[in-house]
Design a protein around this ligand. Structure first.
Ligand code: NAG
Ligand code: NAG
Ligand code: NAG
Ligand code: NAG
Length: 363
């Protein structure tokens, strides 16, 4: 960014060229950077950087997001935690796939993958948006944020089935609100007739709706020796893995969009065009690239060296993961504690067992 300041200096012809190149490079970075760079918060260690005077040092936040950083640093920390949660869940859901959701520890985060508008892009937007809802809502419930607390609106009410609303219901509305304000901000401030912008906004909403949809009633029994004479219930967040799993299913059924749509999402599939697109469906604009071969310029690592499973038939099978290139087999010594015995009182004695296991990696 310093390049912008330096090009006022009067320069000799050769230096002018260099400055021009730097300037173009900077504009280019800025353009690409406008795509969802807040996701960087999920890989950054924010210790000490979330302070009024330091907010401008966080790369790629748009005006509205910077304002959150300045006015409400604690909620920015929650949002970062949400992004981190989303990234980890993405990696867990995709650990067996050809594209495994690798991130870089700098502001490019997911690399060029994000620019493409494929179903992988769709999943990333949804899972991070959901992560923010989840983290913020949890923070409300434990009292970490000053602007929200538990949802006590139904506290004390009795249900027709005979149980009572009690305890601390998770305040998902506040989480949804923060996610909408913060996560949608980079899109809302741009061209709302751009199909990529519409795609992002839709997928962000899919993430939020998925959290809301999976909220469930949790109950606790009271009464002599668990007789459940009195039952109190509250509404609780699902574990984040459940959200990840649901989004992965939406990913598999993701809807391809017709690109030339103005201000409205339309299915590419003409036969289903009349069906409205719901918030349980992720949407994408372009077909996914082939993730088999290493193509650094496209941010694709390829599957060479990935560990595969020879006997499985799923995506982690050597056939599928290695894209038909075959695999190498290594015998690896595996040491573990085994035949453990508990001795009174109180220690456990184990033996060391060695086994040899075959590890297959893609060629
Ligand atoms: C994804 O696969 C690459 C090898 O292609 C590996 O280096 C990386 O650790 C994997 N990432 C995750 C998050 O599993
Ligand atoms: C981000 O990090 C990756 C590897 O960690 C590197 O290849 C890439 O060039 C970096 N990008 C920028 C813009 O610094
Ligand atoms: C609440 O804040 C504490 C201290 O900052 C942190 O360790 C904890 O993880 C937070 N809990 C939630 C659910 O955000
Ligand atoms: C490989 O796949 C088989 C069948 O799905 C499974 O039983 C086995 O545990 C897997 N092996 C490893 C090392 O994950």
């Amino acid at each position: 960014m310093a390049a912008a300041k330096t090009h006022k200096v009067t320069a000799r012809p050769r230096e002018k060229w260099i400055l021009l190149l730097l300037w173009i490079h900077w504009i280019f970075l800025l353009r690409c950077g406008t795509q969802a760079s807040w996701m960087y918060l999920g890989v950054a260690s924010l210790a000490g950087s979330v302070r009024d005077d330091k907010c401008n040092e966080l790369p790629g936040l748009v005006q509205e997001q910077l304002q959150v950083c300045r006015e409400n640093p604690e909620s920015l920390l929650c949002i970062s935690e949400g992004a981190r949660r989303g990234i980890l869940e993405c990696q867990s859901q995709f650990k067996n796939e050809r594209w495994n959701c690798t991130t870089q520890r700098n502001h490019t985060v997911f690399g060029p993958i994000l620019r493409k508008g494929t179903r992988e892009t769709a999943f990333i937007y949804a899972v991070l948006s959901a992560g923010v809802v989840h983290a913020v809502t949890q923070a409300c419930s434990v009292g970490n944020l000053t602007d929200c607390s538990c949802d006590m609106s139904r506290y004390g009410e009795s249900d027709v089935e005979g149980w009572k609303w009690g305890g601390c219901s998770d305040n998902v509305d506040y989480g949804l609100y923060v996610s909408k304000q913060f996560v949608d901000a980079p899109e809302v401030s741009t061209d709302l007739s751009d199909s990529r912008v519409l795609m992002n906004l839709h997928n962000n909403e899919v993430g939020r709706e998925t959290v809301k949809h999976l909220m469930s009633r949790r109950c606790r029994c009271h009464g002599v020796s668990g007789s459940c004479a009195v039952k109190t219930c509250w509404r609780g967040l699902p574990p984040f893995q459940d959200i990840g799993r649901a989004l992965k299913q939406s990913y598999e059924r993701s809807v391809r969009l017709a690109v030339r749509s103005k201000r409205r999402l339309r299915r590419k599939d003409r036969r289903r065009r009349r069906e409205p697109i719901s918030y349980s469906e992720l949407v994408h604009l372009r077909r996914s690239p082939n993730y088999c071969r290493n193509r650094p310029s496209k941010g694709i690592l390829g599957t060479r060296g990935r560990v595969c499973n020879r006997t499985s038939t799923g995506p982690e099978s050597c056939d599928l993961l290695c894209c038909g290139r075959g695999y190498n087999t290594q015998v690896v010594r595996h040491v573990e504690r085994c035949h453990c015995k508990f001795h009174w009182c109180c220690y456990v004695e184990c033996k060391r067992c060695e086994t040899m296991v075959d590890v297959h990696t893609c060629k």
